[in-house]
Ligand binder design. Structure first.
Ligand SMILES: [Zn+2]
Ligand SMILES: [Zn+2]
Length: 190
């Protein structure tokens, strides 16, 4: 069990130096602290994914209190819940927007501006969302990045495929990176 305080959030500038999409990394980190963000014993509708991840990984008392709250949620009296009514999904989406705003602000500052031009990796979801938020010159840089990220991943996948055909299946990390690039990090968003 993690013991980090509720307020701990990795700065986006720190996540940007790691491999992979920093918005995904921030949202994934938030998702891991989600049981703390949900108010226990309040009416809390949950989707399939979040109900099961609470059952599986939240501290037992926290999960039990949240489930008690969920049982009191009126949403379930009339119909099954879906990601659109899930309290956890809503919080994850809010965090995604906050983090996208943070990236948008940082993109014009030196260390991140440099990273953006040279080593940045974003998933397609966040590339498209960022492009809608930034001024034209940055849109061009992000579009260039999309093309480069895609080409690099394509080349790695081709190499992986070539090696697999010869019986060498090491280097499967590229499959995870391909999935993240296409649909964002695992399980963070519907
Ligand atoms: Zn992403
Ligand atoms: Zn959900």
């Amino acid at each position: 069990m993690k013991t980090e305080g509720d307020s701990e959030r990795y700065p986006i500038t720190r996540l940007a130096v790691k491999r992979g999409c920093p918005v995904c990394a921030a949202v994934k980190h938030f998702q891991e602290s989600l049981p703390k963000q949900l108010r226990a014993e309040e009416p809390t509708p949950l989707c399939n994914f979040h109900a099961w991840s609470l059952a599986k990984s939240a501290p037992a008392e926290v999960a039990a209190s949240i489930f008690l709250g969920a049982l009191r949620s009126k949403e379930w009296d009339t119909s099954p819940t879906s990601p659109s009514s899930c309290a956890a999904c809503k919080k994850v989406h809010e965090e995604e927007i906050t983090r996208l705003e943070e990236v948008t602000t940082e993109l014009e500052r030196p260390p991140i501006a440099e990273w953006l031009e040279q080593h940045a990796v974003f998933c397609l979801r966040h590339i498209h969302l960022l492009k809608k938020r930034v001024p034209a010159p940055l849109q061009e840089i992000i579009e260039k990045l999309r093309i480069e990220n895609k080409a690099k991943l394509g080349a790695e996948l081709e190499e992986f495929l070539r090696q697999s055909r010869h019986g060498d299946r090491t280097g499967g990390g590229v499959l995870g990176r391909a999935a993240e690039f296409l649909v964002a990090q695992r399980g963070i968003l519907d």
